[in-house]
Design a protein around this ligand. Structure first.
Ligand SMILES: NC(=O)c1ccc[n+]([C@@H]2O[C@H](COP(=O)([O-])OP(=O)(O)OC[C@H]3O[C@@H](n4cnc5c(N)ncnc54)[C@H](OP(=O)(O)O)[C@@H]3O)[C@@H](O)[C@H]2O)c1
Length: 325
């Protein structure tokens, strides 16, 4: 069996990850409620019950409340920490009344952010810590100093990035003593640039593709785990069409539905299975806070193994709405 990049590094892991952005009661500054707690507890239980052990946070999710509600759950069920691989992110600073939205990879901000995340979560360390979005003012040596201090204090085991190109990863990596182990990118049957970028090399149409050149190849060569955010395409193909659904989206949703019926599985498992069929062993980070929808992803691993090349290309071509060149 082919090992995932994180597994090759000895980091135990699950094929699908659970994204915590939907936990904590929404993007507001209201206090956490009992309902927020119970929703998170049910979603986490559902995830663990289908073998998901990797949980993805960020300091900003629901303004810190996603980590905070997780912290409450750990307080009541401390035994859960050992069953999980926990990941969080830093580097985005939200706008407020005075300051604009900005990115911040300064040593001071990284050091403050990890302490704040650990405090909200009520834990001693994170397994993986990511830089959330590229900061144009980043200085790799400064990032390296922050990472080394965090590692030396035992607060983080491994580091990675998110939304970064191969060039940006190389730029940061050259200053680090240890490998970056994750790159998290938006990828789904709706967000196809990561396939188009390769398929359209040397085609006029490819000039408009906005996706980091060579990122799939770079991550596979360097054994960097590619994680997909937005993998369910917010439900576009599995029961929640977008308000301005295009004919190709409607057709693709019908195709997903009929494949699911034919294979006696769920549309969610087909959508995720399509992503996971890629040889990079992409790890989808599912963002549902609904326990039933988590359970609907149960068969994704199996579907990824069963999906034929023809089925994969049929879904790809349907979603791109043009013949494959
Ligand atoms: N690195 C980054 O920059 C970045 C950016 C965004 C997200 N992320 C991570 O990736 C995770 C997933 O991202 P995502 O939430 O954008 O992606 P997603 O998994 O594609 O979508 C999940 C969202 O779609 C809704 N949804 C899915 N199927 C549905 C259906 N059939 N009917 C109604 N609603 C449906 C879910 O609502 P319910 O909760 O009601 O199921 C949830 O709001 C996040 O939790 C976070 O951990 C990372």
């Amino acid at each position: 069996m082919k090992l995932m990049p994180l597994e090759k590094r000895g980091i135990s892991n699950s094929r699908v990850a659970f994204g915590c952005m939907g936990l904590g009661g929404g993007w507001n500054h209201n206090a956490l409620t009992k309902e927020d707690y119970l929703q998170a507890e049910k979603a986490i239980d559902a995830a663990l019950s289908i073998g998901i052990t990797m949980f993805d946070h960020a300091d900003i999710y629901t303004f810190g409340k996603a980590e905070a509600v997780f912290g409450q759950i750990f307080k009541n069920k401390p035994e859960l920490r050992k069953q999980m691989i926990l990941q969080s992110k830093c580097g985005i600073r939200m706008k407020d009344d005075v300051l604009p939205q900005r990115f911040d990879f300064s040593k001071e901000h990284i050091l403050n952010s990890i302490d704040a995340s650990l405090q909200r979560l009520g834990i001693e360390y994170l397994d993986v810590y990511l830089l959330h979005r590229p900061d144009p003012l980043m200085e790799p040596e400064e990032i390296a100093e922050a990472f080394q201090a965090i590692k030396a204090s035992g607060k983080v085991r491994h580091f990675g990035v998110s939304n970064m190109s191969a060039a940006q990863i190389r730029f940061i990596q050259q200053a680090l003593p240890e490998p970056l182990v994750v790159n998290q990118l938006e990828m789904s049957l709706a967000r196809l640039d990561w396939v188009e970028q390769g398929v359209l090399v040397n085609q006029k149409e490819g000039a408009n593709i906005n996706f980091a050149d060579g990122i799939m190849e770079h991550c596979q060569t360097e054994n960097i785990q590619i994680q997909a955010w937005g993998p369910l395409a917010q439900g576009r193909f599995s029961g929640k069409p977008s308000e301005q659904a295009t004919p190709s989206e409607i057709r693709t949703a019908e195709l997903v539905q009929s494949m699911a019926q034919q294979k006696d599985t769920t549309p969610e498992s087909i959508v995720l299975g399509w992503l996971m069929r890629h040889p990079a062993l992409i790890q989808p980070v599912i963002g549902t806070a609904n326990a039933d929808r988590v359970l609907a992803c149960r068969d994704a691993v199996h579907q990824s193994k069963m999906m034929t090349r023809t089925e994969w290309y049929t879904l790809f071509e349907s979603s791109r709405s043009k013949n494959t060149p």
